[in-house]
Design a protein around this ligand. Structure first.
Ligand code: PEP
Ligand code: MG
Length: 583
């Protein structure tokens, strides 16, 4: 039976494919041997986790009992999963393994789960065969409970299906999980949780694949291999669609592909407005391999290299040499075009496996704050970036700056790295430009301290919105409040741009709104001249740039600053976009 789920579309486009459920249950849990004296404690841990999962499932059922729209399949799954929790073949047998083989609870459960999955696979009856997925899902929930944190997903099952037709269905994906998708060619992904500008969402856009987050219970309701339509623009997921709907979506998919093809003709066109203002359209990248897409897009350079992705999903830190090779590759590939390399923005939702996750990660030791307390790690990166600077036009960008003394400390660190290279007679660009990210409201308001110290600035609206409105960018529960057109956000952007113009300091904008063509006219009117975005967005933004007249837009944008409510600003921006000259 077909059913439709609604979530938050984070990356537009249409995908038609089959569900590949990502299981955390197959993640590598620790294999520990316990002593006989620890057995009772370990069994108690297992029982506690099982109780927690039962409570969670019953709460989910009670919640959906109220929501009349909840599909009956969901209720049936929940009932079945609660039954599994009481099945001696799952929990009872796991207890026995703990006692007899002296295994930790997670490892004992994985062994029993694998045994049961094998048994279900032997059945000829397709219904019974399918029940292995219930075993996997229930075990996964218990393991997550035991671990007390979401585990890293495993892509082992990807081998069974052609990647191009796989729609990843997961409860949650960390940025480290998602960045590993870059090596694959999945059709789309959908998750139960997640926010619009979480780094997971950013990665989906960078891969130009449709994606939906915040689907609530999708992972529990969708069967592995189910036919799916993902409509990323609308945030709609259709499960087991009928032929008529499939045909409709096939046609829409073709139309979208046609439009994209048409836009590609703009690749070599200059990004120049109707009144001859040159605009730089730059690319955001996460990995060195992204340069191919950058070159294909005709971008004017790399405006943001999120280097922290080199540090994620591994148990150690990349060495100076490894980093140097990565940066050098990007710089050489860009062949003289500017490459802005941002020092690692680790912490927040991008905490490496080697670091403790703080209580409030977004407000914790993130980005430059971490760099300054990890001088060895910071020096290693600075040296690697400086060494790469001799191969082209490198700019160094420091994230999350807020205090003058922090900027000074960062600049001192750069000087230390330069001095060490000079001493070793290693060449680098002595005149390398150093910039700072404006992504904290306090930084935007006290912008003068940046002008005095830095060569350029880059506005990170993803965080600027998060911190201005106190909205966790990764949390789908507050996603509706995450608003780029809130008057406070627009004011901070406008203030940064106009102050920088007076000070003669160039400013780029590298948050997600730079690549969203709905904001292009507004940003041009506010004075933005350097836009940095995913390569796949360059053409659509360029199509807006070449039909804009900055002299006309500037007074309109200024007038819009007087509006005191989001809705009014939204209306005004829509009007701007409908003015003649815009398609
Ligand atoms: C931003 O905050 O807008 C930004 C570009 O940085 P990131 O998304 O990596 O935090
Ligand atoms: Mg940021």
């Amino acid at each position: 039976m077909s059913f439709t789920l609604h979530g938050i579309g984070i990356s537009s486009g249409i995908a038609i494919g089959r569900a590949m459920l990502l299981s955390h249950a197959t993640l590598e849990v620790a294999h520990l041997t316990i002593t006989a004296r620890q057995v009772d404690k370990e069994i108690a841990r297992l029982d506690r986790a099982v109780d927690e999962v039962r409570t969670e499932l019953l709460a989910l059922k009670a919640h959906n009992d109220h929501a009349s729209t909840a599909p009956s399949e969901l209720m049936a799954f929940i009932d079945l999963h609660v039954l599994f929790l009481a099945d001696p073949e799952l929990v009872g047998a796991t207890r026995r393994i703990i006692r007899e083989r002296l295994c930790n609870a997670e490892w004992a459960l994985v062994q029993q789960m694998e045994h049961l999955v094998e048994q279900f696979e032997q059945f000829d009856d397709p219904y019974l065969k399918e029940r292995k997925y219930d075993v996997l899902q229930v075990s996964e929930r218990i393991i997550k409970e035991l671990l007390g944190r979401p585990g890293r997903v495993s892509l082992r099952k990807a081998r069974d299906m052609a990647e191009e037709s796989c729609v990843i269905v997961a409860h949650d994906l960390s940025p480290a999980d998602t960045v590993s998708f870059k090596e694959h060619h999945f059709a789309a992904f959908v998750t139960d949780v997640g926010g619009v500008t979480s780094h997971t969402a950013i990665l989906a856009r960078s891969m130009a694949i449709p994606a939906i987050v915040g689907l609530a219970n999708a992972r529990a309701m969708i069967r592995d291999g189910a036919a799916l339509i993902v409509d990323g623009a609308r945030g709609v997921l259709i499960v087991d669609p009928d032929e008529q709907i499939l045909d409709e979506y096939r046609i829409r998919k073709e139309q979208l592909e046609l439009e994209r093809e048409k836009l590609k003709r703009l690749k070599s066109a200059a990004a120049c407005t109707l009144d001859s203002v040159d605009i730089s359209l730059l690319a955001n990248i996460e990995l060195p391999s992204d340069t191919r897409a950058v070159l294909d897009s005709g971008a004017d350079g790399v405006g943001l290299f999120r280097t922290e992705f080199l540090f994620l999903g591994r148990g150690d830190m990349p060495s100076e040499e490894e980093q140097f090779e990565a940066y050098k590759k990007v710089v050489k590939d860009m062949n003289g075009k500017p490459v802005t390399i941002r020092t690692f923005d680790l912490g927040g939702d991008k905490t490496p496996d080697t670091q403790r996750t703080p209580t409030n990660p977004a407000l914790g030791r993130r980005a430059i704050r971490l760099s300054l307390v990890e001088p060895k790690m910071f020096q290693m990166q600075l040296r690697a970036i400086l060494r790469a600077s001799r191969y082209g036009k490198v700019k160094l960008l420091i994230p999350m700056l807020s205090h003058a003394r922090q900027i000074d400390a960062a600049l001192t660190a750069v000087e230390t790295a330069k001095a060490s290279l000079r001493k070793e007679k290693i060449a680098f660009d002595e005149a390398i430009e150093i910039g700072g990210m404006i992504e904290i409201p306090g930084a935007a308001l006290a912008i003068n301290m940046f002008f005095k110290r830095l060569d350029f600035l880059s506005i990170g609206t993803n965080d600027l919105i998060q911190y201005t409105l106190a909205i966790d960018r990764s949390d789908e529960q507050v996603a509706s409040l995450y608003d780029p057109l809130h008057p406070a956000v627009v004011m901070l952007i406008a203030h940064t741009l106009s102050s920088a113009e007076k000070a003669g300091v160039p400013v780029s904008l590298c948050g997600e709104i730079a690549g969203d063509a709905r904001f292009t006219r507004l940003l041009l009117g506010l004075g933005l001249r350097f836009f940095s975005m995913h390569p796949s967005q360059i053409m659509s933004v360029k199509s807006r740039v070449i039909q804009a007249n900055v002299a006309e837009l500037a007074p309109l944008a200024r007038r819009l600053l007087r509006l005191d409510e989001t809705e009014k600003i939204k209306e005004a921006v829509e009007k701007l976009n409908q003015m003649p000259g815009i398609r």
